[in-house]
Design a protein around this ligand. Structure first.
Ligand code: EPU
Length: 420
């Protein structure tokens, strides 16, 4: 089992190019199934979740290869429609292959997906929407058997009870080759949804309204391959900004998606950090102790403050002057990192969906275990700000979303090693 050893106390300082977005790359990789030809995906991050997606594609008959940060997927010879349970269990995103396989073949067999433990993560909205699109779905013990009664999904008018990212993606993936028009009301508006739609349009799909609450899709019989550059990862960007703030450092993020990171930048400005943005660049400097955020930080669907940045922002605010309050509204169980932060000296009180952070002047190193992807990143951030050494185990969670985090941190002057 690998682990990170972090020696705290160095200010992060330097320039860092931002990696491609995991949460864009995963649905786009699933979408390549719909293209009868080769897709070349640039800016594709090299992550364990991306390798899981490529294993699913290869198992369905695609040829998925990587060269540095470019992935090539040839889906001409897709000849299977079932994803084995062990591949489904590797990550939550495996569920979006359901819409893509249905879009390609009109039938699929999947099972309940795995992924980070953030509380119950049902797929009821995915299932209900696909049923409305003419898909017969039978749930057996763990297995989900799906088949379009007429061989092809049909367009439908859908309204989501909550703007679920995954359900919106699954519907889009099924609808782009469905018969007729699909309308999704209360669709998720996350930038990664727009990235998926831009990719699909480059492959010949007809989609409008992405980035807004109503998405309209006109089904096409077939899509073709294309070359596409995946957007940069706004959450990874938020993470390195948060680490820089936690260590009172200075950073230039390049290859950054500036407008998409706006909800995070405006919160960081309130802590006293100076932020300047240019085309694809963010400069941030934090010379003194951060100030607590006066207003409650409520995680919300985009364009609200992202749940994925809650843990890393918290790790920066635990040493801020004053009290900050978080309200987690997306997942039931997304404060699992707080025990580790408390072990490092933080003062955090969790009351249901609310977490109260009373800033402490300093932290100390500790031995902790990553609980999930973003929680693990928060622990690294706190360890970088702490006095002394920390050991972070279960880093497989961190590797799901961060490309060689120890190299990025070292490049910025932080002391972090991967052992084992
Ligand atoms: N939900 C339901 N029923 C459904 C679908 C969702 O009740 O059928 C609930 C979930 O249980 C959750 C909420 O709705 O409480 C939001 O879930 P959503 O479907 O929007 O999330 P997701 O598609 O499972 C994606 C990201 C997450 C990110 C969320 C919210 C990917 C691969 N994952 O998950 O990213 O937190 O959207 O923005 O895109 C991460 O990268 O660390 C991560 C967890």
């Amino acid at each position: 089992m690998q682990k990170f050893i972090v020696e705290g106390g160095s200010r992060l300082r330097g320039e860092l190019p931002l990696q491609g977005s995991k949460n864009s790359a995963l649905p786009i990789m699933a979408a390549t199934l719909l293209c009868h030809g080769e897709c070349v995906l640039e800016n594709c991050p090299r992550l364990t979740d991306i390798y899981s997606a490529s294993r699913i594609l290869n198992c369905l008959g695609c040829r998925c290869t990587f060269s540095d940060n470019t992935a090539a997927v040839d889906s001409l010879s897709v000849d299977r429609t079932a994803v084995p349970e062990e591949l489904m269990r590797e990550m939550r995103s495996s569920i979006i292959f359901m819409g893509a396989i249905l879009g390609r073949a009109g039938e699929c067999t999947v099972s309940v997906p795995g992924g980070c433990e953030l509380g119950p993560r049902p797929i009821d909205m995915h299932i209900a929407a696909l049923r409305k699109m003419g898909i017969e779905i039978h749930e057996t013990c763990g297995g989900i058997l799906c088949r379009a009664s007429s061989g092809r999904a049909r367009g439908a008018k859908l309204s989501l009870a909550f703007p679920s990212v995954g359900a919106t993606e699954n519907i889009i993936l099924c609808a782009v080759t469905a018969d007729g028009e699909t309308v999704i009301n209360n669709a998720a508006r996350e930038p990664e949804i727009c990235d998926l739609c831009s990719f699909l349009r480059a492959c010949g799909a007809e989609i409008s309204g992405d980035g807004e609450s109503r998405i309209i899709i006109n089904g096409k019989e077939k899509l073709h391959g294309c070359r596409y550059r995946i957007m940069s990862d706004r959450i990874v960007g938020a993470t390195y900004l948060a680490m820089t703030a936690a260590t009172r450092g200075e950073i230039i993020l390049t290859n950054a998606c500036v407008p998409e990171m706006e909800p995070f930048l405006s919160v960081f400005e309130q802590t006293g950090c100076s932020i300047y943005t240019g085309e694809n660049k963010i400069y941030m400097r934090c010379g003194t102790r951060l100030k607590a955020i006066p207003d409650r930080i409520r995680t919300m669907p985009h364009p609200g403050f992202p749940t994925d940045a809650q843990a890393v922002l918290m790790a920066a605010l635990i040493t801020a002057e004053g009290t900050s309050v978080f309200e987690e509204n997306i997942f039931d169980c997304r404060y699992r990192h707080t025990d580790a932060l408390v072990k490092m000296g933080a003062d955090i009180q969790v009351l249901g969906k609310v977490a109260i952070i009373r800033g402490v002047p300093k932290l100390h190193g500790a031995n902790v275990e990553a609980t999930d992807l973003r929680g693990g990143a928060a622990m690294v951030s706190a360890a970088l700000a702490a006095e002394g050494a920390s050991e972070i185990r279960q880093i497989c969670h961190i590797d799901r979303g961060y490309e060689k985090m120890e190299e990025a941190v070292s490049r910025l002057g932080g002391k972090m090693l991967r052992i084992g």
